[in-house]
Ligand binder design. Structure first.
Ligand SMILES: *[C@@H]1O[C@H](CO)[C@@H](O)[C@H](O)[C@H]1NC(C)=O
Ligand SMILES: *[C@@H]1O[C@H](CO)[C@@H](O)[C@H](O)[C@H]1NC(C)=O
Ligand SMILES: *[C@@H]1O[C@H](CO)[C@@H](O)[C@H](O)[C@H]1NC(C)=O
Ligand SMILES: *[C@@H]1O[C@H](CO)[C@@H](O)[C@H](O)[C@H]1NC(C)=O
Ligand SMILES: *[C@@H]1O[C@H](CO)[C@@H](O)[C@H](O)[C@H]1NC(C)=O
Length: 261
């Protein structure tokens, strides 16, 4: 008799363990294939959210980056479900086109543009402006949403054009915009070394290239592809999982909150 045949549990448990291991990789594999592949320029929506000055958002860019125009990008284009993703550090020129929720739509008589650096993640939700996936766009028909950190010391308070006498309000909330991927040498923070790069004390759990080009040597990988998705610790207070650092959890919780407001 061969040694293994009187212990039928061994091959079965090996098989089960193989199946389990295989299954546990599946969500990660399908997740990785599902990031939105957007073109370097096109149309998008722009919303705005409040990011406190000096706040270290999902990418882990330096606190000084908040002194210059920054934005969060919708999760499935950002390229990670938590912490940093390939979009971190990238710069875009955003130009306001029209409001479309207002009745009638508002077409400003001035052209307003801002060059932003992506420092934050706008979490995927079922509805809302950051809900685009490879299966479909957001309610404006766009696959990208830029959530502008505004008010900001670097962007005038009258950045968003309005016509209060006609509409009765000044904030349209969401805009149809055009965007262009641009070199970060066009970003207002470019000549300020402290505004570039990631915070030092986060080590490898932060990633914020000064001017990412898409090459692997200057562009962030996807945190969630490489590390999986950390457990949801939002309702359990400040429980810290040993494999992930504290800050991304806090940042995600705060950015989730601020994007819901
Ligand atoms: C951004 O777009 C506006 C409007 O098209 C344009 O005038 C401006 O030169 C652009 N800025 C950069 C840095 O590409
Ligand atoms: C996003 O939400 C809008 C409604 O707000 C919906 O029409 C659209 O289908 C949603 N997109 C996806 C990809 O779920
Ligand atoms: C956004 O602007 C583009 C270009 O003008 C236009 O084709 C598109 O219909 C607009 N989308 C919305 C939702 O207003
Ligand atoms: C531009 O539009 C605003 C209202 O949206 C109006 O107050 C202003 O007079 C207009 N400017 C010009 C030059 O037409
Ligand atoms: C990345 O690699 C390219 C060549 O593949 C090189 O030209 C470039 O300087 C490198 N960038 C950095 C930031 O190391």
């Amino acid at each position: 008799m061969l040694p293994w045949s009187n212990s039928s549990a061994t091959p079965l448990s090996q098989l089960l363990s193989f199946i389990f291991t295989f299954l546990s990789f599946l969500p990660r594999i399908s997740w990785a294939l599902d990031w939105i592949d957007y073109s370097p320029d096109g149309f998008a929506t722009m919303t705005h959210y409040s990011l406190p000055e000096n706040f270290i958002a999902a990418c882990g860019c330096t606190s000084t980056s908040t002194n210059y125009p920054t934005a969060a990008m919708n999760q499935m284009a950002y390229g990670s479900s938590t912490s940093y993703g390939p979009a971190c550090g990238q710069c875009f020129n955003l130009t306001l086109l029209n409001s479309f929720l207002s009745n009638p739509p508002f077409y400003p008589n001035v052209t307003k543009s801002v060059v932003i650096k992506i420092t934050d993640l706008c979490p995927l939700s079922h509805s809302g402006w950051c809900n685009a996936t490879t299966h479909g766009p957001n309610a404006a028909g766009h696959y990208l949403n830029f959530d502008l950190a505004w008010p900001s010391s670097s962007i005038p308070n009258d950045f968003f054009p309005s016509n209060e006498p006609f509409y009765g309000y000044t904030d349209f909330g969401v805009w149809n915009i055009s965007y262009q991927s641009v070199s970060c040498t066009n970003w207002e923070g470019w000549n300020h070394a402290a505004a570039l790069g990631s915070v030092a004390n986060l080590g490898y759990s932060a990633c914020c290239p000064g001017n990412p080009t898409g090459n692997t040597n200057d562009t962030c990988p996807s945190y969630s592809d490489n590390n999986g998705i950390p457990p949801d610790t939002q309702t359990s207070g400040f429980a810290i999982s040993s494999s992930i650092s504290f800050l991304p959890i806090v940042t995600l919780a705060v950015s989730l909150l601020s994007h819901m407001l």
